[in-house]
Design a protein around this ligand. Sequence first.
Ligand code: FES
Length: 145
Amino acid sequence: MRPFLSFLRNGIPTRIEAFSPRRTLLDHLRLRERSLGTKEGCGEGDCGACTVALGRLKDGRLVYEPVNACILLLGQIEGADLVTVEDLARREGEGADVPHPVQQAMVEHHGSQCGFCTPGIVMSLFTLHEEAPRPLTREAVNDAL
Ligand code: FES
């Protein structure tokens, strides 16, 4: 077993030397990184408030999937690209904070809910935006949510 964890954090190579094998990804984000945009709701994989995106190589490209950070152990993100709600504006802005198209659509169409569930909704929509065939249908969006 390797003595460290290696993954991408929004495309940046990241390494963690020591951590409890029982530490969840959500605890790592909120308690260690202090990335507080990812929320804890139910804490047991039911509500989606803690949703983040994990990208893994499939057929030569990164494919993003939504995951519940509250029930995913930190060690399970080995080799993945971890993207959280805080990262979206940075992805679009190349240094400046420019809302991701999903965030912009949420603003323009009054899609925001309370502060707990909106980040999870945005991250589910982000993975849909990255992966779904175009054109996106209303049914596809509803299914993703
Ligand atoms: Fe509810 Fe993770 S906090 S699914």
